[in-house]
Design a binder for this molecule. Structure first.
Ligand code: ADP
Ligand code: ZN
Ligand code: ZN
Length: 728
């Protein structure tokens, strides 16, 4: 018997939440040299699912008589490149996540549903008749005349998409007259001839950074906001384009920074795929195909873009690499930043991680010699550095979160025609509604959380489960009529600022004020006119924008970070302070950054302001090492939730007690989550920690396979989180 006929079974990844590879018999006439990464339709239970071929097996399978036959091969060649396929398999192992679900997360939804992966586009070309047509010939049909002139000016064909301004009837008339012809073509690899005008000359530091980035390896580009990191990206991408290679750029949230995309589009005359959550399934597939076929030169996208195949991979960039949005927080909990590093290794191309405030993990990797460290310390001429100061709230008059001193500063900057940016990471009007009589507080019936009062909708809302209810007119406990709105949200600050500065525009940016389509863009435009204004907003306002006339940036209500149970809180606070600070002083005027706090002498904060981010990070790394916390140890979390509190805890207790952990793996818990009840479900966690990644993963594997067999698993929803960011 030859080798092939020994391989009797297909190994298939199926999108179901089971950590298992499924075996099937090949369908009739199945070519046994079909490559892994091709889709295949199989019967599963009483449904039909599209899986991904992983390979072949010749092993004797116990109940082989029960094996079902796969239905149909959907692709003649793999839909994923070999590298992306390998990345998925690696991620499934590393994150201990079912491989079928990993592929499902990596593939556009239409392909998941079985849509054809054909990378063909409808294109129109000028015929000889069209080319030789008499100039005056279409005088009576001006629109046809215009279109044929367009074709004459264009050397190559024009795709249907690029003709979407032109009516189908006009196109069809030219086709009917044999002046143009329709063809379905494989999309062409991108053709990069030149840049649009660009008069930026890299600074010495930028040049050094650009030169350092080689053909492979990982590079951490650290530079304060405005130091020209994006310019470095653009120059590196240009080199790749010239070599016919594509670049993949991961950004935290595209909706927040339309300017970045515009800057790329303005620089390169090459197709750019932009992937973000607001796209339709078709748009998503087209963008994916443009990269997979090599038709697009660049992809800019949020975390799931890391799985987009590239025909000619050249470079991977992760902008704002410290940003927690690169970590998926549910289901398949991968870190797109970490996958980018792994993908670079698999593709053998370089990976550039950029940030003004690199994560401690990346700084640690620099120290270990795994990443090269590149710096941009100076800002290109014309942009000044901002200066930081603290307002000590002790013994200060504070009304609605704004100290007298701060109000004076705002007044001063307004008088100088500047804009002021106030960062407050809490939307709504007030986070607490309290009865002055009996101290009753409005709480969410589905969560261990209070309801936030929203002024614009005059409603109480839960920020954890979206529960909404009318504002009570009286206390439900004692019928008292005085309900106090305690605490600060962006709406309250907005209202207060409107009374303090009745003649100044106050622009609020948070998820509520930008809910309607386009409203975010409109608000950004209003800000960009540069006229004096006070901007108040959440993270949405703090990230990435290039406001040229903000002269004062303010952070209020930050103190909870200093006594948070989350050991990452300080790191994140330092990052947000510099992010917010970086919004000011981007124009001609110097920027001032002010932090209001009751803890002016908090050591990390003092260090950040006195010595900058590097010294701050140094101190935090030292703390982490002393406490054996990441990046000096590795963590994983098992989470469970159920309809009753004891079940989730019991489930994890069994997983914890199955065996003593390897002496070098520590177990913490199980204990109820920080907010035990959320959206009506009770949640518990079990934390594993070790100084050895290998030992952690082996212990974790053992517990997972035990959990999978536990009877109680049917009563809980449970999940695994490797390298968790949220501990609770
Ligand atoms: P970052 O990405 O680090 O925030 P950018 O690349 O956006 O920084 O640069 C900030 C500003 O400085 C941009 O307006 C950019 O056009 C400009 N800039 C960057 N590099 C140079 C340079 N070498 N010469 C002049 N201006 C530059
Ligand atoms: Zn009451
Ligand atoms: Zn709730």
């Amino acid at each position: 018997m030859d080798q092939l006929s020994l391989q009797r079974y297909l190994k298939i990844a199926i999108p179901v939440p089971l950590r298992k590879i499924f075996h099937y018999l090949p369908p009739k006439n199945f070519p046994m040299d079909t490559l892994p990464g091709s889709r295949i339709r199989v019967p599963f239970g009483n449904q039909t699912l599209n899986g991904v071929l992983l390979g072949y097996s010749s092993k004797n399978i116990e109940d082989k008589y029960k094996l079902k036959k796969a239905e149909k091969l959907l692709d003649h060649s793999p839909i994923l490149t070999k590298s992306v396929y390998e990345l998925c398999v690696w991620a499934s192992e590393y994150y201990h996540h079912p491989v079928g679900e990993v592929f499902a997360a990596a593939i556009p939804s239409l392909l998941r549903k079985g849509h054809s992966s054909n990378i063909e586009v409808e294109q129109f070309f000028l015929t000889d008749e069209g080319r030789n047509l008499d100039r005056g010939a279409l005088r009576n049909a001006p629109r046809q005349h215009e279109l044929i002139s367009l074709f004459r000016r264009t050397k190559t064909g024009i795709s249907r998409k690029n003709l979407n301004q032109i009516s189908t009837r006009v196109i069809q008339s030219l086709v009917d007259k044999d002046l143009i012809v329709r063809k379905f073509m494989k999309s062409q690899p991108f053709h990069f001839d030149r840049l649009n005008d660009n008069d930026i000359i890299p600074t010495t530091e930028q040049q050094a950074a650009i030169k350092s980035v080689g053909e492979s390896g990982v590079y951490l580009l650290q530079g304060v906001t405005g130091s020209g990191k994006t310019e470095v990206y653009l120059q590196l991408i240009e080199e790749k384009l010239k070599a016919g290679q594509q670049s993949l750029v991961l950004v935290p949230e595209i909706g927040l920074t339309p300017q970045t995309v515009q800057r790329f589009q303005a620089r390169f005359r090459v197709k750019i795929t932009v992937l973000h959550s607001a796209l339709s399934a078709t748009e998503r597939l087209l963008g994916w195909q443009d990269m997979a076929s090599g038709h697009a030169g660049i992809i800019i996208g949020t975390r799931s873009s890391i799985f987009t195949p590239m025909a000619k991979p050249g470079l991977i960039i992760v902008d704002e690499e410290h940003d927690s949005s690169f970590k998926q927080h549910q289901g398949f909990r991968y870190s797109a930043r970490d996958l980018a590093v792994m993908r670079g290794k698999i593709e053998n191309i370089s990976v550039l991680l950029g940030s003004a405030t690199p994560s401690l993990e990346s700084l640690h990797n620099v120290r270990l010699g795994k990443y090269a460290h590149l710096h941009l310390r100076e800002r290109p001429a014309g942009i000044s550095k901002e200066s930081y100061s603290i307002i000590n709230l002790k013994h200060k008059g504070v009304v609605n979160g704004l100290s007298d001193q701060l109000v004076e500063m705002i007044d001063y900057h307004l008088s100088k025609k500047g804009q002021i940016l106030i960062f407050l990471n809490r939307r709504g009007f007030s986070p607490v509604l309290l009865c002055s009589e009996c101290k009753w507080m409005a709480a969410c019936p589905r969560c261990d959380a209070r309801l936030t009062y929203h002024l614009s909708r005059d409603k109480m809302e839960c920020h954890h489960c979206n529960f909404k209810t009318p504002r009570p007119k009286a206390c439900p406990e004692c019928q008292g009529s005085e309900l106090l709105k305690i605490g600060l949200g962006t709406e309250k600050i907005e209202e207060h600022l409107n009374t303090l500065f009745p003649n100044t525009r106050v622009i609020r940016i948070d998820r509520d004020s930008t809910r309607n389509k386009n409203s975010f863009g409109q608000l950004l435009k209003e800000i960009e006119d540069g006229e004096p204004a006070i901007l108040i907003g959440t993270q949405m306002l703090a990230k990435g924008h290039n406001f040229s006339n903000v002269t004062l940036s303010v952070l209020i209500e930050i103190d909870s970070s200093f006594y948070s149970a989350d050991y990452r809180a300080e790191e994140q606070l330092g990052q947000i302070i510099l992010q917010v600070g970086g919004r000011s002083g981007r124009g001609k005027n110097k920027g001032t950054v002010v932090i209001q706090t009751h803890f002016p002498s908090q050591p990390a904060l003092k260090q950040l302001i006195a010595d900058g981010y590097e010294a701050f990070a140094e101190k935090l790394l030292k703390d982490r090492r002393e406490n054996e916390l990441p990046p000096y140890s590795y963590q994983a979390i098992l989470r469970a939730e159920s309809n009753s509190s004891s079940v989730a805890l019991n489930f994890l207790r069994k997983v914890a007690n199955i065996r003593k952990p390897n002496p070098s793996v520590s177990l913490f818990g199980p204990f109820p989550s920080n907010m035990e009840k959320r959206a009506g479900r009770f949640r518990a966690v079990l934390l594993l920690s070790s100084s050895s990644r290998g030992k952690l993963h082996r212990d974790l594997s053992y517990r997972i396979s035990y959990a999978e067999r536990l009877h109680l698993r049917r009563k809980v929803r449970w999940s695994v989180d490797v390298d968790p960011i949220d501990l609770f």
